[in-house]
Ligand binder design. Structure first.
Ligand SMILES: C[S@@+](CC[C@H](N)C(=O)[O-])C[C@H]1O[C@@H](n2cnc3c(N)ncnc32)[C@H](O)[C@@H]1O
Length: 246
């Protein structure tokens, strides 16, 4: 909440009342959309309905940055595994987080990391923290970790949360070569045998986006048991790479 107050003060001082009112209105609309989503969402065992809800029935607030058909295939795999310990790097709007919570074990521990380079002192928006906490069922536990996934305090927090290792690691944070490599090196050793290490954005992206997950993926998949979920190899973004740890 203090983070929102600081932003309010800064926006009023630097940008004026009109921009402040615009931002306030947007914030308020997001809250209404979140409440509407919670009131109208019906739990379902159907993966198709679940994915449709995330993409279409949330007014865009939790729409994931994913290709729908790729996420559908990934969801089928996760449903079979029912992971008990899940770590996501890159919460953003919470679309993939919602999916992981819905498909994980009923007593799963789930953590998601995010961070904003422009506003490092910030955090998850106040309303989002409450909204995300509603994603988990009674016996599941959710940990929202605000911090750079590459920094030692974040890594050690994750290590202490998941002393028994991870069943699912989803890497969708920093997409630079060095960034994805660092996330892989920091967190993939925590994944247990049989667990899944999932990288998003393994397709080749336009050079100006500085997304080089494809290059890293092609290097690390060698000699490992892996799967690729790609709707169209020429789509220029997305694509999911999965390593089954053995
Ligand atoms: C592509 S988005 C994640 C999309 C989300 N998984 C989905 O499908 O809806 C990437 C997110 O990772 C966060 N991020 C980027 N680098 C990060 C880092 N080093 N540590 C933590 N979060 C990071 C960004 O702030 C952004 O919210």
């Amino acid at each position: 909440m203090f983070y929102e107050l600081a932003i309010t003060k800064r926006t009023l001082r630097d940008k004026g009342i009109l921009i402040f009112l615009k931002k306030f209105l947007r914030y308020f609309i997001y809250i209404i959309l979140a409440v509407h989503f919670k009131l109208t969402y019906r739990k379902t065992a159907s993966i198709k309905k679940l994915i449709d809800s995330i993409f279409n029935h949330s007014g865009g607030i939790i729409a994931p940055i994913q290709v729908k058909s790729e996420l559908f295939e990934l969801a089928k795999l996760i449903k079979k595994k029912r992971p008990k310990r899940v770590l996501e790097i890159g919460t953003m709007g919470g679309g993939t987080l919602f999916l992981f919570c819905a498909l994980a074990h009923p007593q799963a521990k789930i953590a998601s990391i995010d961070y904003c380079f422009k506003n490092q002192e910030g955090g998850y928006a106040f309303w989002r923290k409450y909204f995300y906490r509603t994603f988990v069922s009674k016996r599941q536990k959710l940990h929202l970790l605000w911090g750079n996934s590459h920094n030692f305090p974040t890594v050690s927090k994750v290590r202490s949360l998941f002393k028994d290792g991870l069943d699912l690691l989803f890497i969708d944070g920093d997409h630079s070569y060095i960034g994805v490599k660092q996330d892989f090196e920091n967190y993939s050793p925590m994944v247990k045998n049989g667990g899944l290490i999932i990288l998003h954005d393994i397709c080749k992206h336009p050079e100006e986006l500085n997304c080089h997950v494809d290059k890293f993926w092609h290097k690390i998949k060698q000699g490992k048991k892996y799967l690729e979920i790609i709707e169209n190899p020429k789509q220029g973004w997305a694509g999911i790479g999965i390593i089954i740890k053995s």
